[in-house]
Design a protein around this ligand. Structure first.
Ligand SMILES: C[S@@+](CC[C@H](N)C(=O)[O-])C[C@H]1O[C@@H](n2cnc3c(N)ncnc32)[C@H](O)[C@@H]1O
Length: 511
């Protein structure tokens, strides 16, 4: 292991994920729904950006200024190549937190975000980050932090320790981390086949172990095989962040904000009887067996009056980003599957079906005839946003300014899609954030940008790319070997793309 890592897993690159919770516009709706003054947007910071997909997308798509660091130089170099392509106002360093956070040339920030960092670093680094937040977060600013928590990790934590211990003690130095991970997993399997009492006392572990094995080795290396790994209960987060004058604002996970789909009536009633808002979070974590929290914390959270909340929500603009026919009238929360009330959701979805940008105030007028109140409408909007059916929308002026940067970034990402499917996101100047776009969808768009107008032409072009690299499509786990099979599959995908996805990506100004 290299010595700049402080025990962090640096032998293998991290995955190319995008996290919408880091998008300041995403935070806006979360705050409004919780009746809190939404934070300002302007200058933002991300600590531990991984491959830098989120930071680059947000800088390009929202016309805001971003500063970010990740001490892995290979990842930082990759992230910088995206920044060079977009031309956005983003400053990416490969400095360790100790170095970056003590810099004297950084501005004050409207937000500081860290996704997948807090549980995987040591206390010294946590202290550095808290002190940085104390010094550099503006009053009224927010912090986004995600972390492993309890009680959700209670049963699994000993297995994680077993896997890392096996890797350290039994793993062969010089054989690489993937080899050590595979060895540790094989050993755990052997151990479980002896029916240990641990497995009998913790029946959920077998299922979780099964799903663990399906993850990429890059993900497992970073999630399970670091020297530092600490699931932290919410109450300890409160203590950790207090010196930075941070108070818990709301969950960044929209679905978690909706009690009706997560808690039974009895649990909601018990929670209402808990007078302390922080202890409520702890109790709630027991109710849902919380394993991973995504939280917004604010420096100086202020309540909105009911009038101010409704006024701000009426002005908030959204767009539907799923074809109307594909929206399920069902949602699954911690309490199980819930059916959405047709009388409320049908008129709202119909009103949004053309993928036009609409304010909640406009939508209120559209669905007035159906007898839907504004409270019902805003609740439904939050749930649909949680399901990924809706996104919040930027100001038109910001969208216009961001378009040049998103076009440049997207052209670069689509060009990378010719060789690999690793990056499945593009940037939208409309939502100020990332949109999930598969490799073949990106290649169809690339063909379109190169002047190929019809789906049949896109298919020809994509097939040419695949043929050059001797690649074949894998469908349902089976490789399609013949040219005809590949062309048939590409044609199907191109037609679906043209009919369903292209109109939405156009509305999002990605296509
Ligand atoms: C689990 S990954 C999460 C990456 C990214 N936030 C994401 O979710 O895609 C943690 C990242 O933190 C970086 N990191 C860990 N310790 C660090 C430190 N002390 N200073 C700077 N970066 C660090 C690692 O290089 C890694 O990319």
């Amino acid at each position: 292991m290299n010595d700049w890592t402080a025990g962090y897993m640096a032998d293998i690159g991290y995955t190319y994920g995008y996290y919408r919770e880091l998008n300041p516009l995403h935070a806006r709706l979360a705050f409004l729904n919780s009746r809190l003054v939404p934070p300002e947007r302007g200058v933002h910071c991300e600590l531990g950006f991984g491959q830098g997909i989120s930071a680059n997308i947000h800088a390009a798509a929202s016309c805001s200024t971003w500063y970010a660091t990740d001490f892995n130089p290979a990842q930082a170099a990759f992230a910088q190549s995206l920044a060079a392509a977009s031309g956005a106002d983003i400053h990416l360093a490969d400095e360790a937190f100790s170095e970056f956070c003590s810099r004297s040339d950084l501005p004050d920030f409207d937000s500081i975000g860290l996704h997948g960092i807090w549980s995987w670093i040591n206390d010294d680094n946590r202290s550095i980050i808290v002190e940085f937040i104390r010094r550099k977060l503006k009053v009224g600013g927010f912090v986004y932090v995600s972390y492993n928590t309890q009680p959700g990790w209670a049963a699994m934590a000993p297995l994680r320790d077993l896997l890392t211990e096996h890797s350290e003690v039994m793993g062969v130095a010089g054989h690489g981390i993937v080899n050590r991970i595979d060895g540790a997993i094989a050993f755990a399997e052997k151990l479980f086949s002896t029916q240990p009492k641990y497995l009998k006392s913790n029946p959920t572990v077998a299922e979780r172990f099964k799903s663990l094995k399906t993850h990429s080795r890059n993900y497992l290396a970073h999630e399970y095989f670091n020297r530092d790994w600490l699931p932290m209960p919410f109450s300890r987060m409160v203590q950790w962040l207090a010196p930075a004058k941070l108070a818990f604002a709301c969950s960044a996970d929209y679905l978690s904000q909706i009690d009706a789909v997560n808690l039974t009536a009895e649990q909601q009633s018990l929670l209402r009887d808990v007078p302390d808002a922080m202890f409520q979070q702890t109790v709630r974590d027991f109710m849902v067996n919380q394993q991973f929290r995504k939280d917004y914390w604010a420096r100086g959270a202020r309540r909105l009056s009911e009038f101010e909340q409704v006024e701000s929500l009426r002005a908030h603009r959204v767009m539907m980003v799923v074809p109307r026919a594909d929206v399920p009238l069902k949602v699954t929360g911690s309490a199980g599957e819930a059916t959405l009330q047709e009388a409320i959701y049908r008129p709202i979805l119909d009103g949004l079906a053309d993928h036009r940008i609409q304010s909640l105030g406009d939508l209120e007028k559209t669905v007035k005839g159906a007898g839907i109140t504004f409270a019902q409408l805003s609740h439904a909007v939050m749930l649909l946003a949680a399901m990924g059916v809706l996104v919040s929308v930027e100001d038109d002026e910001l969208t216009a300014r961001a378009r040049r940067h998103t076009d440049q970034l997207n052209a670069h990402l689509m060009s990378k899609a010719r060789g690999s499917s690793e990056i499945a996101y593009l940037a939208s100047p409309v939502s100020g954030g990332g949109v999930s776009v598969s490799r073949f969808e990106q290649l169809f768009m690339l063909a379109h940008a190169q002047g190929k107008k019809s789906p049949a032409d896109w298919v020809e072009s994509v097939w040419a790319e695949l043929s050059v690299r001797a690649q074949r499509i894998i469908k349902d786990g089976k490789t399609l070997e013949s040219r005809e099979e590949n062309l048939a599959e590409l044609t199907l995908q191109a037609e679906i793309f043209a009919a369903k996805r292209a109109p939405i990506l156009k509305s999002l100004q990605v296509f």
